[in-house]
Write a protein that binds this ligand. Structure first.
Ligand SMILES: [Zn+2]
Length: 266
């Protein structure tokens, strides 16, 4: 471990944690995480991972900052309206922690580019807002054998899950994407802004835990938060032997069934 004086001060509250220590902090500085979507969930994920000193953070987003984003996407500011979200994210991260390299990937994930993009990273954090992207990211992470930490928010509800190589996977819970328009989105049904902070912060926590192997993994569980009722449910999700991706007789062995996707709102 070769920390500078500044790094020892910056990360003192991590280094003092017995579960983490200098070894864990050094590991974070060497870690590579890909964040899908620099929106509501991506904002706290990127901010906390950057503050924590995760050395390389890739951010995939093809969108620009819109006024309607600012109610929950705390990474961006009024001054950054109209600029690409990946550039706004890079500016915010540079201001927080010079130890962190943000890799801006201004692209829309699709079946042709996603495997090459995620291959460079250890853990993927999905903060996308639509089923097509979530299924694409799930399938690509499975095929590339990457750990996926996935969160979703809508109205006053939040969900969080981790999918590790070996399963269970997202398709063990939701077999396939519902038809377009069948399920409300945050643009059509709304979302309380702070839900993004709650679920995104949990997502950042689970990413750090997966990187360092700390504590109990979320893999095999689904966390369901109801903010209005103030209830948390922790549901066991076993691997489904009939899952088309991670089951005993998989029918999905590549990404050819996926079309083009977007990941805008989060
Ligand atoms: Zn599965």
């Amino acid at each position: 471990m070769d920390f500078s004086e500044d790094q020892i001060r910056r990360y003192a509250r991590h280094i003092i944690l017995p579960e983490m220590g200098g070894v864990g902090q050094a590991k974070l500085l060497d870690s590579r995480v890909l964040v899908v979507g620099a929106g509501g969930l991506g904002s706290p994920v990127i901010l906390y991972l950057a503050a924590a000193g995760v050395g390389t953070i890739g951010v995939v987003d093809d969108d620009t900052v819109d006024l309607s984003n600012l109610q929950r996407q705390v990474l961006h500011t009024t001054a950054s309206i109209g600029t690409p979200k990946v550039d706004s994210a890079a500016q915010a991260v540079a201001a927080i922690n010079p130890d962190v390299k943000l890799v801006p990937i201004r692209a829309r994930l699709d079946k042709d580019n996603i495997r090459a993009i995620i291959a460079d990273y250890q853990v993927v954090a999905d903060g996308s807002d639509n089923f097509a992207t979530r299924f694409l990211v799930n399938d690509a992470c499975w095929l590339e054998r990457k750990t996926l930490v996935s969160a979703a928010i809508l109205r006053f509800d939040g969900q969080l899950a981790t999918y590790r190589p070996g399963g269970p996977c997202y398709r063990c819970i939701y077999r396939e994407a519902p038809p377009e328009g069948a399920v409300p989105t945050c643009s059509s049904a709304g979302v309380l802004g702070a839900m993004a902070g709650t679920m995104g912060s949990l997502q950042a926590t689970e990413v750090v835990k997966e990187l360092l192997g700390m504590g109990d993994t979320m893999a095999g569980r689904l966390l369901i938060y109801d903010a209005l009722a103030v209830t948390w449910r922790n549901v066991r999700v076993p691997r489904d032997p009939g899952c088309p991706l991670c089951g005993d007789h998989p029918t999905i062995t590549d990404l050819s069934s996926h079309g083009s996707t977007n990941h805008a709102c989060g």
